[in-house]
Every structure is written in structure tokens, then in C-alpha cells.
Design a protein around this ligand. Structure first.
Ligand SMILES: Nc1ncnc2c1ncn2[C@@H]1O[C@H](COP(=O)(O)OP(=O)(O)O)[C@@H](O)[C@H]1O
Ligand SMILES: O=P(O)(O)OC[C@H]1O[C@](O)(COP(=O)(O)O)[C@@H](O)[C@@H]1O
Length: 315
């Protein structure tokens, strides 16, 4: 079973409109709602692969009840922690040329008791998990050390933990030696405090995060591909994608692919790439099923192309 913890989940509402115009009354052609939040997306991807997954998440108000219903309908076991505030709704505006504008709400403020219940619920379920995965932004009420505490408790429960977060929460958690971290290129650059322009820069940055505690770094580099840096060294991979429809949740699908394939080594990296490539070819945050995967489009090598430029600039 793969356990996910999403401290700030969402209902993701997507409106399709012809063009975004500030100050105008816009009428949406279609409107859909999906369960959201990075850990929730990992659980959706694991369930789409037909594998067991439990999602630990705070749930509040009618939005929380709908989120739980939607997840249960997708085959995700929901371990909800009732909270007083309402679960947030994040809005995406999709235009026909592929431009996506996102408005992410802050989410409820969790009390000290709710915060502690979330940690304890995660610890109890972690004892039965092959991997624990915690992802996304922290809601108000959770300090930057919350993920560090979660990593420590998960290790005490005897489970492995993968962490996908950024900024001070990521840096604080490194000290507790998470088994895998999954920064994207921007997050990796932010963590080492300098811009990255080549795959070689990313290898060096990943090495630095390992020196600060992470056991393995799975860095997703957008269209450039992905990099795995662990105790065996660096391994790089890329996947051919014919048409990109939506990159929302591509990193979450990749992490799910990596962990369901064992969570270590080149074969797991190849699975991460296959899932990322399949996810970007699907609309919205739809997660790939095994039929969507094209493993023949993936290449993985230990001969890392250090000089290859990264797609997109990082700060
Ligand atoms: N434009 C793209 N073309 C091809 N593959 C992509 C593209 N964007 C993302 N991917 C795939 O999805 C993975 C995750 O995307 P990325 O943007 O790096 O992560 P995140 O969603 O966490 O920001 C990439 O490593 C790659 O495998
Ligand atoms: O926790 P944050 O940073 O507000 O992000 C939450 C949003 O990210 C998502 O998990 C998708 O992630 P990406 O857009 O990074 O692929 C959405 O489902 C959700 O609305």
C-alpha cells in the first residue's frame, strides 16, 4: 500500500473559456471538478494503476465531503481528519491555446489539535505502507518543521518516506534524512540558492541536497526529463512526448510511477518518466492508467548529458 499525506488538499475546479479578459463577465463552456493537492494526485495515480493506496488528509465542510466522495469513487481509501475550516477550492481557467491560469486558495487554518491528529493518523497508517509520500504546500497553522516531524515519525514507524515540497519546509526536512525528495528544476534551484542552466548544474545541486540529508533525489526537469541521484551516482532519462496537453499533476504522476516501480534505481526512474510523459498527454490533472504508458518512448542512461540545457530558466 502507498500512503499519501496531503496537509492542504483541494477541490480543483477547471473552467474552459474562449479567452481570459480582466474585468469582463466570462461564461464557461465546460466546468469540471477533480480531487486535488499533490499527495491526493499521487494517490489518484496509484489507484489508476490498480494498486492500493490510502490518502491521509484534513477534510472540512461540504467541500471536504465532496472531496472524500470523489476520491472513494476513484478507488482511493480515504483516512480523513475532520477539521473545522472548509477544504479549499482551487480554480483553473483553461484557454483553447493551452494557457492555464491557476488560482490556488490558502486553505483552512488548522488548529494545534488538528495538526497533531494529522501527524498521528499518518504515523498509524505508515506502519502498513511500502512507501509514505507527503506532498504540497503547508496550510496555515503548520510550521515549516511539520514535514521534518512527519519524516521523523514515519521513520520511527519503520517506513520509507518520499517528500515533494519546497522552500523552508523542504530544507528543514532534509535533516531527518527523507528516503527520496522530488524537487522540480525551480525547487532545486531555490533549495541551493542559485540558478541552474544545465543538467550538470542539476546533478551538482542534487548532490548538495544529499549532503544535507536526502538519501536520494529524483529531480523532475520538465520537458528535459528526470534525474536520479543516489548512493550509486547519477542516472538521467527522458521520454518522447508527441503532444503536450496539460502538465498539471505531471510531477505527481511521475512520483507515483517511481514509487510503484520500487522507488529506487534506473527501472523506477524509467517508470517515473513513462508516467510523466503519459500525464502531460492527458487533459487537466487526469492520471494515466497502464494503457496510457509508452515505455518504449523512454530512455535512461548513466552517461548523464551534463552539458544539456534545462528547458526553461530557473531562478
Ligand atoms: N513539456 C513537457 N514535455 C514532455 N514531458 C514533460 C513536459 N512537462 C513535464 N513533463 C514530464 O513530466 C515530469 C514532471 O514535470 P515537472 O514539470 O518537472 O514537475 P512538476 O509537475 O512537479 O513541476 C517531467 O520530468 C517530464 O517527465
Ligand atoms: O499546494 P499548492 O502548492 O497550492 O498546489 C495545489 C495544486 O497543485 C496540484 O496538486 C497540481 O500540481 P501542479 O500544478 O504543480 O502539477 C493541484 O491539484 C492543486 O490545485
Amino acid at each position: 500500500m502507498i500512503l499519501t499525506i496531503t496537509p492542504n488538499p483541494s477541490l480543483d475546479r477547471t473552467y474552459e473559456i474562449p479567452a481570459l479578459e480582466r474585468g469582463a463577465v466570462l461564461r464557461a463552456g465546460t466546468d469540471r471538478v477533480d480531487p486535488g493537492g499533490k499527495g491526493v494526485n499521487v494517490s489518484r495515480a496509484v489507484a489508476a494503476a490498480g494498486l492500493p493506496t490510502t490518502a491521509v488528509l484534513p477534510l472540512g465542510g461540504p467541500e471536504g465531503a465532496l472531496l472524500a466522495d470523489l476520491l472513494t469513487g476513484l478507488g482511493v481509501h480515504v483516512a480523513g481528519v475532520p477539521v473545522t475550516g472548509s477544504t479549499r477550492v482551487n480554480v483553473s481557467i483553461a484557454e483553447p491555446d493551452g494557457t492555464l491560469t491557476k488560482l490556488n486558495a490558502a486553505g483552512p487554518h488548522l488548529s494545534a489539535t488538528e495538526t497533531e491528529t494529522l501527524l498521528e493518523t499518518a504515523r498509524v497508517h505508515a506502519a502498513r505502507a511500502t512507501w509514505t509520500v507527503c506532498c504540497g504546500s503547508l496550510p496555515r497553522g503548520l510550521g515549516a518543521h511539520w514535514y521534518a516531524e512527519l519524516v521523523a515519525r514515519t521513520h520511527r514507524a519503520g517506513a520509507r518516506i518520499a517528500l515533494d515540497t519546497s522552500g523552508p519546509a523542504l530544507l528543514a526536512a532534509l535533516r531527518e534524512a527523507p528516503d527520496v525528495i522530488k524537487p522540480n528544476a525551480e525547487e532545486l534551484a531555490e533549495a541551493v540558492g542559485r540558478p541552474l542552466t544545465t543538467v550538470g548544474d542539476a546533478v551538482k545541486a542534487a548532490g548538495e541536497l544529499r549532503a544535507r540529508g536526502a538519501r536520494a533525489v529524483l529531480a523532475s526537469l520538465g520537458a528535459t526529463g528526470q534525474l536520479l541521484v543516489d548512493e550509486r551516482g547519477a542516472c538521467f532519462g527522458s521520454a518522447r512526448v508527441t503532444a503536450v496537453r496539460s502538465d498539471v499533476g505531471a510531477g505527481d504522476a511521475s512520483l507515483a510511477g517511481f514509487l510503484t516501480a520500487g522507488g529506487t534505481g534506473p527501472a523506477a526512474l524509467a517508470a517515473a518518466l513513462a508516467h510523466g510523459a503519459a500525464a502531460v498527454a492527458l487533459p487537466g490533472s487526469l492520471m494515466p492508467t497502464p494503457d496510457d504508458l509508452r515505455p518504449e518512448a523512454v530512455t535512461v542512461t548513466t552517461d548523464v548529458p551534463l552539458d544539456r540545457p534545462l528547458d526553461g530558466a530557473t531562478r
